[in-house]
Design a protein around this ligand. Structure first.
Ligand code: SF4
Ligand code: SF4
Length: 156
């Protein structure tokens, strides 16, 4: 699979050296490991705020590449898809996957050893078994009221 990030354009170990709001657009995008887990539907308990992950994927998720199939124009189809930026991270980090680099850095934690920024290849996230590759179900096949039957533990 083609690497969506031009890794020549990013500064060495930038995530350890610069604040999140001082990164270039390419560096910000490179923090995404391409796991696809944030594109799975979640169920949030309105009373406790607890978030459960399901294997029911957004209609635009490509389950093989684990990438959005229409990323630049996704809001035409999925207007509620969030735009994650340094100034919106506070609002979203609580529901993001445990292994997500944005969440980890927000928590002041290091990146996992399989992260593409450390391995140099986006394949490493799949090889480590932490991506959604090959096991999601598309949301147009499952009624929303049945999503709770598809709750999973996050692969970490
Ligand atoms: S969970 Fe985080 S690292 Fe994984 S695809 Fe979403 S934004 Fe990228
Ligand atoms: S629109 Fe694309 S980026 Fe947004 S949740 Fe769906 S697959 Fe993920």
């Amino acid at each position: 699979m083609k690497d969506p990030i031009d890794r020549k354009k990013i500064r060495s170990r930038f995530w350890e050296r610069f604040a999140l709001d001082k990164l270039t657009d390419t560096e910000w995008e490179a923090l995404c490991d391409g796991c696809g887990k944030c594109c799975l539907n979640k169920l949030e308990d309105p009373d406790t705020g607890e978030v459960a992950l399901t294997k029911v994927a957004c209609r635009l998720l490509d389950d093989q590449t684990c990438r959005c199939s229409q990323y630049p124009i996704r809001h035409q189809f999925v207007p509620e898809c969030i735009v994650l930026k340094p100034d919106t991270l506070d609002q979203h980090a609580y529901w993001m996957p445990e292994t997500c680099a944005y969440r980890l850095l927000w928590q002041k934690k290091p990146l996992p050893e399989w992260h593409p920024l450390l391995t140099g290849t986006p394949q490493s996230v799949h090889d480590a078994g932490v991506s959604v590759q090959g096991w999601t179900v598309p949301e147009f096949e499952i009624d929303e009221e049945d999503w709770e039957d598809y709750i999973i533990e996050e692969p970490t």
